[in-house]
Design a protein around this ligand. Structure first.
Ligand code: CTP
Ligand code: CA
Length: 226
């Protein structure tokens, strides 16, 4: 019943999903990245497409095939490239689901040549903060329904609720990273927080969890925007 409701609500809706890590170049051969595999975001994109949405998937550097039914895919590398692609793709979108693990910092300067060792002297990298993609969308007067993710190693609920409020989101999907869950793992478990309270989605494959998450997003979207 929930799944069929999701199908009805999302049919023809424009949904943008970001997925995967970002890579921030240090020099022509090195970068700062993170352990996101992109699998959760790709599963969410597939589930939204199955529910009848017109899905645009903005993907960081991942080795994953485009899921069946996904209408558009934009491949990016850095956080600023992802921000630009997401802002463009969400111009007339109904829902944005930020499943990407966006790098928080990038090297303040990118060296155009390979940085050489310095005879034992320490190397210091200066980092600049990246733009917040969800924050950028939240600041727009006309904005899509915004769903964020919060992957935390501790104090999951506190940090997730804080991000929900601070970023001005409609919903946040929080998960504990580690213990066979989360990054680089096949399984995940999520707790959804929104103005209506908390909803537990217990441990399951990322595919199954993505279906349940998309159904909950559809329900909530219908309640506030339908
Ligand atoms: N996010 C984003 N742009 C960024 C960083 C994060 O849109 N530059 C989004 C992520 O895609 C995710 C949500 O914000 O949906 C939470 O990401 P997270 O890294 O947990 O939050 P931060 O605000 O970066 O806080 P911190 O890393 O310090 O926990
Ligand atoms: Ca972060």
């Amino acid at each position: 019943m929930v799944a069929s409701l999701g199908h009805a609500v999302l049919r023809g809706r424009k949904v943008v999903v970001s997925a995967g890590p970002t890579y921030e170049d240090i020099d022509p051969v090195r970068f700062i990245g993170n352990r996101s595999s992109g699998r959760m975001g790709f599963a969410v994109a597939e589930a939204a497409a199955q529910a009848g949405a017109e899905v645009t998937l903005v993907a960081g550097p991942v080795s994953l095939a485009t899921p069946p039914g996904v209408a558009h895919r934009v491949d990016v590398r850095s956080a600023t490239q992802m921000r630009d692609a997401v802002v463009a793709a969400t111009a007339n979108a109904d829902i944005y689901i930020g499943a990407a693990a966006v790098g928080d910092y990038r090297p303040a300067e990118v060296s155009d040549h390979k940085i050489k060792k310095r005879d034992g002297a320490a190397l210091e990298l200066s980092l600049a903060e990246n733009p917040d993609i969800l924050g950028t969308l939240a600041a727009q007067t006309v904005r899509p329904f915004l769903v964020g993710f919060a992957a935390e190693t501790h104090d999951v609920e506190r940090y997730a609720r804080d991000k929900l409020a601070r970023k001005g989101l409609d919903m946040i999907a929080a998960n504990q990273v580690g213990g066979g869950l989360g990054f680089e793992a096949a399984d995940n478990a999520l707790t959804l927080y929104g103005p209506e309270g908390a909803i537990e989605l217990p441990r399951a494959s990322k595919t199954e969890l993505a279906r349940q998450l998309v159904a909950k997003i559809a329900e909530r979207y219908a309640a506030v925007r339908g």
